[in-house]
Write a protein that binds this ligand. Structure first.
Ligand code: TYD
Ligand code: MG
Length: 495
């Protein structure tokens, strides 16, 4: 079935009252690939122009061949125009992907006017142009891929899309810094821009809407690159956690926001003696500058000696973490690695770490906690200032790294005493430092047999209480104690 076509933009010749302008709802065509439709806001809008950007090798051609095939099934004829690969190459890939729909047609052209002629003559429902950097307009000077060519080709295709009501999808290559002539200069010419992102050494691919005239931005789709193409990953909950052995040191879990979606993610740190004058600080999937800052904060504010250690830190599964919300987890992972003691299981850490060692609030905390709870995590270290919903978790509100390390049972003992130069912390933490305190309770939960790892992998399995760090979830528990200890005046009261 082919939907009715109409141009997306109708421009009245003279100004008219806005309320008098007739309109009907956008004709939107769901593709049938769940994660793609999610990012687009329910599918492609008929007659719109979408730019799919990404680094070479990200999987743009793969995604769009699959999308073209799916669209051919629901919307009518789809023309896939390649200006990069031969018909045989694409046919070979389509065979592997199983995208051989009878209404999917292939054309290989580099001349954009030839592509426009195809659209005029055949009036397909949709057309994919792969890529905008390799097509050229004969009347425009400059090489294909140059700014002038890219802009003219895109605007010719955009005008054709509006004129004929054909859904047009452009592929655009982006370099790591996004500076290459192309996608960045095209954003205002197209209706929707989605970015396809992923480390080619990992299977994970994230699709993000960065501009959408017809829907929300910030939506993220998760895909897995398999031997048979891209597979939608509807529930990414367990992709980035839970592979390390339960007693591994240097492992902490946080939740980062990818668009609107909180994703649980493990961060890992290996802290090893160095032979270098300038110890290594090496990251993968994490911001190197952030690791350097957190290392300095741990060193100077908490007294964890790291000057003679190399630190290697990584996210799991190829996720790129740039959010400050992951600071606390990374700091805990480094501290855990440095003192060679594991974090209690079933705990997540959320918070930005300031230069003074303070733990700062992060956005959308309750959504992150709800997702952690759904995945079976029982406890969370959160900034002391957070006063929102606990999402069913036991919350440990921490003001600074001292409190966080104590709550996680990680305060360094053999090394320089973390609290020696800050006696107020002992008072501030109050009950948390006493036997039966938060620290002790969380420590107890870290014993074999009470491991939350079980519940992380079986969230519905009724193991939740084990994940909850035992008594800490009870009234009058560590959470309550820490809350009380954190109240103004409580430090004095205790003294
Ligand atoms: P491709 O779609 O060509 O990337 P782009 O168009 O963004 O440059 O594919 C990227 C990589 O994906 C390629 O190196 C091979 C791999 N791949 C698979 O793993 N499975 C598949 O089914 C296909 C088609 C490709
Ligand atoms: Mg390609």
């Amino acid at each position: 079935m082919a939907p009715t076509r109409r141009p997306v933009v109708t421009t009245p010749a003279a100004p008219v009252p806005i309320a008098d302008i007739g309109f009907d709802d956008l004709s939107r065509q769901p593709v049938g690939i769940g994660e793609l439709d999610r990012v687009l806001g329910g599918g492609f809008v008929t007659g719109s122009v979408t730019l799919v950007g990404g680094e070479p090798g990200a999987g743009k051609s793969t995604l769009l061949l699959q999308a073209a095939d799916a669209l051919a099934d629901v919307a009518g004829t789809v023309v896939y125009c390649s200006a990069e690969e031969s018909p045989e190459q694409i046919r070979g890939r389509a065979g592997r992907l199983g995208t051989l729909h009878p209404r999917l047609q292939l054309a290989c052209h580099t001349d954009v006017t030839a592509i426009v002629s195809i659209l005029d003559d055949h009036r397909p429902a949709a057309c994919v142009v792969d890529s905008i950097q390799t097509v050229e307009h004969p009347d425009v000077a400059g090489v294909a891929g140059g700014v002038a060519q890219v802009r003219e080709c895109a605007s010719v295709l955009a005008r054709t899309a509006k004129r004929l009501g054909i859904t047009v999808v452009l592929v655009g290559h982006v370099t790591k810094d996004g500076q290459l002539a192309g996608p960045r200069t095209l954003e205002h010419l197209v209706d929707t821009v989605v970015e396809f992102d992923g480390d080619r050494h990992h299977a994970l691919r994230l699709l993000r809407a960065v501009k959408n005239r017809f829907g929300p931005v910030g939506e993220v789709g998760c895909f897995e690159m398999t031997a048979d193409g891209l597979r939608s990953v509807g529930d990414a909950g367990r992709l980035f956690v839970g592979e390390a052995a339960p007693d591994s040191t240097g492992v902490a879990t946080t939740l980062v926001l990818e668009g609107r979606r909180p994703l649980a993610c493990e961060v890992q740190a290996l802290v090893a003696p160095t032979t270098l004058a300038n110890p290594r600080r090496i990251t993968s999937g994490l911001d190197g500058a952030r690791l350097a800052v957190l290392t300095a904060v741990l060193q100077q504010r908490v007294g964890i000696g790291l000057l003679d250690r190399d630190i290697y830190a990584a996210s799991v599964g190829g996720l790129r973490i740039t959010e400050p919300a992951a600071d606390l987890a990374l700091a805990l992972a480094v501290a855990s690695g440095a003192i060679d003691r594991p974090l209690p299981l079933g705990v997540v850490a959320l918070g930005e770490v300031g230069l003074a060692g303070e733990i700062r609030q992060v956005a959308r905390m309750s959504d992150r906690l709800a997702e952690a709870s759904r995945l079976g995590f029982g406890s969370a270290l959160v900034p002391a200032a957070y006063d929102g919903a606990d999402g069913g978790m036991s919350l440990y509100r921490v003001r600074d790294l001292h409190e966080a390390l104590r709550a996680a049972g990680l305060h360094s003992s053999g090394r320089r005493d973390a609290t020696a130069d800050r006696p107020v912390d002992a008072a501030r933490m109050g009950a948390a430092a006493e036997p039966g305190s938060a620290e002790a309770r969380m420590g107890a939960a870290a014993e074999p047999g009470s491991r939350a790892r079980v519940s992380v992998s079986e969230p519905e399995g009724g193991h939740r209480p084990e994940a909850r760090m035992g008594a800490a979830a009870e009234p009058g528990s560590a959470e309550a104690r820490m809350g009380a200890a954190a109240e103004p005046g409580s430090a004095e009261a205790r003294k």
